[in-house]
Every structure is written in C-alpha cells, then in structure tokens.
Design a protein around this ligand. Structure first.
Ligand code: SF4
Length: 362
C-alpha cells in the first residue's frame, strides 16, 4: 500500500510514523507551491475555498508520485471541510485516476482499523498500539520544537538561525524509528534550537496572537511562513491553534484540548450563538484573550470565500473597539503575494510600536 495525504504544517511527521508502523509505504508530496495551487485550481470548483484547491493539488502530486491510496479526514463539519475528502476523491476519479480511499470520520474507525490487516503483519491490535505510540511521541516532539523555535526567533543574533535549527531538528525526529530513537532525537533537536545565539539587552518584543482558519494559520506555504517572518521581525507570535491540537482534537484523548475548546465556545457565545463548523470560536476567543493578556495586536488569517471566518471578519471590528486591541485582517487567495504580506506586516508592526510607545508615556 503506497499511502499519501495532503500537507498541514508538519503533520506529515507523526502521520508518516503512524502509517509506516502499520506497514504502509508513505509518499509525502512536495511542500505546496504555486504549481500545486494551479494544479488543484484546474480541477476544483471555482469558488471553493483555497485550502480545498491546495489539498487537491497535493493529492494530484501524490498520485503522480505513484500513490495508490489517499487518506483524508472527513466528517460532519458544518463548513465545507467535512466534504473535502469525498469530493476531492470523486474529482480525481472523474479525472481518470484509480486509487483506494481512507476517509477518517463519518464511517467510524473500524473500517480504517481493518484496512491495514494485510500490511501490518502479525497481531493487528499490537501494530496499532505501537503505531499510535510512535505517532503521539513524534507529534509531541514536533510541537515542542515548534514552540521552542517560535520563542527563540525574535532574540536570535543570526537571522534565520532558529528556523535552520528547527528544520534540522524536525528532520532528525522524522528519521527516528523506534520510540527510544524518537526520544533521543527530540532531546538533540531541542538542544540545537536552545544553542542558537541570542542578542542580549533587547527591548521586550511585540507580542501578537494569530487567529483564523486553521489551514491558513498552520500551513506555512499558504501564509508565506508568517510565523518565521514575524519572529525575524522581532515579534513573538502566539498561534491559537497548533498542528498537535489539530491532530489530537478528533481523537478526544487529550482533555486539555477539549476543555479549552468548550471554554472558547462559552466566551465566544455573546458574539456567535451558533456553531459554524470552522474555528470561529477560537478566532473570537483568541482575540478577546489577546486583549486581556496585554498583547500588542492580533493577526486574523482567512482564505477568500471561507464562510466561518468571513463572519468573524464582520465581528472583529467590534472587538477591536470594545477591547482596545488592533486587528490586522489578511485574506488569502491564489493571488496573494509575499511582498503584499511583508508590506502589511511591516505597517502593522509600526502601528503596534507606536501604540506601545503612547501607552508607556500615558
Ligand atoms: S473553515 Fe473556511 S476555508 Fe476551511 S473548509 Fe470551512 S469554509 Fe473552507
């Protein structure tokens, strides 16, 4: 079985561990580029949201690389994401590709569990237990490394050093096989990031919360690597979501994620009374929390035609004035450019510095 799946940040690291330990060969498509988007856009409905086109492009590239099985989460989201897997796979079959589907979601876990009966070899239950442990260990290592690099970047002496250490560290974790090797790779990788030289005597960096649609927040190729950009501009970013949470939320085994989710829905309720199916409650609550914690600003990222986040877009101006925090709205589509993003981030950084200066003298 040659399995592939679309990108979502560094999720390919734990997902590859999971599938490899179940006996599958994993084909990771190249990081999405404008070519990926063009390939997806060619076959996608014109007004579907941008992540659909990027995912479809990833799947096309995976099939061209020789994948015979495509995996995708699929479920009951009120927004379009719940239909991504089914619709994308149908489009690809209509385009003449032949492959098997693994759709995690509505049909329950049993069909997915059994799918690996022939590849796992030996005891299927034992193979799943080991695969899930490797998956969890790698997801935790990935999350710890991403957090560490995010905190280091604004202080680094050599611009880009933290990102280079992060890339090297992630590659070490990705290569690790056994649980013991994963733990060792995590330790070594964290040391690499910790050893990045930092400037001393710096002013306290600006702090921004990054909220919005999950794929726009977490996929660097879609948001022009905003986390790295902000860090290298001397700004600490706090994304309200992470790939780790995205992977573990549906599994319902980490109670802290579930409790935070419930709390976010409660705080957002005065502004959004309904579940829209995306990350709307995290966008609203993330903005309110950023103001309460004294952050300097909020960046709202969302794809063009994203239903839940366009609704949030109309609510955020009210939060800006009620809570006294500036919000930068960045809408992403096929025509967004890195230069446009850089210009707007620089202007927003100047605005936040001015506000901080005014507050200090008030
Ligand atoms: S949250 Fe927005 S971008 Fe994501 S699938 Fe739903 S409508 Fe599309």
């Amino acid at each position: 079985m040659k399995v592939s799946f679309p990108h979502m940040g560094n999720a390919y690291i734990p997902l590859s561990a999971l599938l490899t330990n179940l006996g599958a060969e994993v084909l990771v498509p190249p990081r999405p580029t404008s070519r990926t988007v063009d390939m997806g856009a060619l076959h996608a409905p014109e007004f579907v949201c941008l992540p659909f086109k990027v995912n479809l492009g990833d799947n096309l590239r995976a099939l061209q690389m020789g994948a015979d099985t495509l995996a995708m989460v699929s479920g009951m989201w009120a927004c379009r994401f719940g239909y991504y897997g089914r619709v994308q796979h149908q489009i690809l079959r209509d385009a003449g590709f032949e492959f098997d589907s693994i759709l995690l979601g509505r049909d329950g876990l049993l069909p997915v569990y059994k799918k690996f009966q022939s590849t796992a070899g030996g005891n299927l239950l034992r193979a799943w237990v080991h695969a899930l442990r490797a998956f969890k260990r790698k997801a935790e290592a990935m999350d710890a490394l991403e957090t560490s690099a995010r905190q280091r970047r604004p202080y680094e002496r050599d611009k880009g050093a933290s990102s280079r250490a992060l890339d090297e560290g992630l590659a070490m974790v990705h290569r690790a096989g056994s649980l013991r090797e994963i733990d060792a790779a995590r330790g070594e990788a964290l040391a690499l990031v910790r050893d990045v030289e930092v400037e001393s005597g710096m002013d306290e960096p600006l702090r921004v919360a990054v909220v919005g649609e999950i794929y726009a927040v977490l996929e660097p190729s879609l948001n022009f690597d905003i986390e790295r950009r902000l860090g290298e501009m001397g700004i600490i970013s706090h994304p309200v979501m992470s790939v780790y949470k995205w992977l573990f939320r549906p599994l319902k085994i980490d109670t802290s994620i579930l409790l935070a989710e419930r709390r976010a829905r409660r705080i957002a309720r005065p502004y959004i009374a309904y579940v829209l199916g995306g990350e709307e409650h995290q966008t609203i609550t993330g903005t309110i929390n950023a103001a309460r914690k004294g952050y300097d600003g909020v960046i709202h990222l969302y794809p063009f035609t994203c239903m839940p986040e366009n609704i949030c877009r109309t609510i955020l101006p009210r939060l800006e004035s009620e809570y006294g925090i500036p919000v930068l709205n960045l809408c992403l589509d096929e025509h967004a450019s890195p230069t446009g993003m850089a210009t707007r981030l620089e202007a927003f950084s100047d605005l936040m510095k001015q506000r901080r200066g005014k507050r200090a003298t008030a």
